[in-house]
Design a protein around this ligand. Structure first.
Ligand SMILES: NC(=O)c1ccc[n+]([C@@H]2O[C@H](COP(=O)([O-])OP(=O)(O)OC[C@H]3O[C@@H](n4cnc5c(N)ncnc54)[C@H](OP(=O)(O)O)[C@@H]3O)[C@@H](O)[C@H]2O)c1
Length: 253
């Protein structure tokens, strides 16, 4: 157990799977009290809270669809009742749909954009907007974006657009909220989580061919950067989009 986040209260959206789960574990292991947000993974959330409490860590889980304003507001009422204050927000929840990812430009409907934008971009906006009211002592917000937002692609266009919006929102929020609250984005390359299951072995090999580190990233490698950005070690870093991609897109900074 470390103490880099000792005494801080941190909310992680989409905290029960993949990168979000690794972030919750890393943040908790550095002494933070953790709020695990989830939308549908209730049993996973309950199990995580049980394990954290067994290890002596203060944790709660709160169900909220981050794309729904009333649910986000209710989530912060619960956080206020339980802790009264917040120091960190990790906007990790992401839409994640193979169905939309596999549509080409001319097959897309505007509703596909709305579906993804409502979670990745609107969710980041709503959670941040209502969350900052609880950050009385200052804090740090980490938004999760993607290198694909910087490159363009023939597939997954709504996702790329949403993540480009997240990077832009990060910079404007950093300006608006400085100097009390810092806001940064992590711009991720290919990290080994559930989406890998949509791909064949050959497709995974093709992706790895573009990564100088010769492998996919691990959720824990993202979580370590989140701990840094939430901690006072990064006290002069705000408004930046930091790339974690094993060298896949060196032009993405
Ligand atoms: N993995 C990668 O290679 C990669 C690359 C670039 C960026 N990213 C970004 O990193 C983040 C995490 O990715 P991941 O691969 O770990 O994703 P994942 O395994 O698909 O998990 C997505 C998480 O988001 C939550 N979520 C989805 N819609 C939600 C909503 N409306 N309200 C609240 N929570 C919601 C899910 O919660 P429930 O299970 O409870 O529904 C789940 O915990 C995402 O923002 C993703 O876009 C990932």
């Amino acid at each position: 157990m470390g103490e880099r986040l000792k005494g801080k209260v941190v909310l992680v959206t989409g905290g029960t799977r993949g990168i979000g789960k690794a972030i919750v574990e890393a943040v908790a292991s550095e002494g933070a009290k953790v709020i695990i947000n989830f939308r549908s993974s209730i049993s996973e959330a309950e199990e995580m809270v049980r394990k954290l409490r067994d290890a002596g860590i203060d944790a709660i889980s709160v169900r909220a669809d981050v794309s729904k304003e009333s649910e986000v507001e209710r989530m912060f009422e619960i956080i206020r009742e339980n802790y009264g204050i917040l120091h960190g927000i990790v906007n990790n929840a992401g839409h994640g749909s193979g169905r939309i990812w596999n549509k080409r430009f001319t097959d897309l409907a505007w509703s596909d954009f709305e579906e993804v934008l409502s979670v990745d971009l609107k969710g980041t906006f709503l959670v941040s907007k209502f969350g900052v009211g609880l950050m009385r002592d200052g804090g740090s917000i980490v938004n999760v974006a993607s290198i694909s937002a910087k490159m363009g692609d023939i597939m997954g266009i709504p996702y790329l657009v949403a993540k480009a919006g997240v990077i832009s929102l990060t910079k404007s929020m950093a300006l608006w909220l400085a100097p009390k609250i810092r806001v940064n984005a992590l711009v991720l390359g290919s990290i080994e989580t559930g989406w890998i299951n949509w791909l064949s072995d050959d497709e995974v090999k093709r992706i790895i061919n573009y990564i100088p580190m010769g492998r996919l990233g691990r959720p824990e490698e993202v979580a370590r950067a989140v701990v840094f950005l939430l901690s006072d070690e990064s006290s002069f870093i705000t408004g930046h989009a930091i790339v974690i991609d094993g060298g896949e897109c060196m032009a993405c900074d």
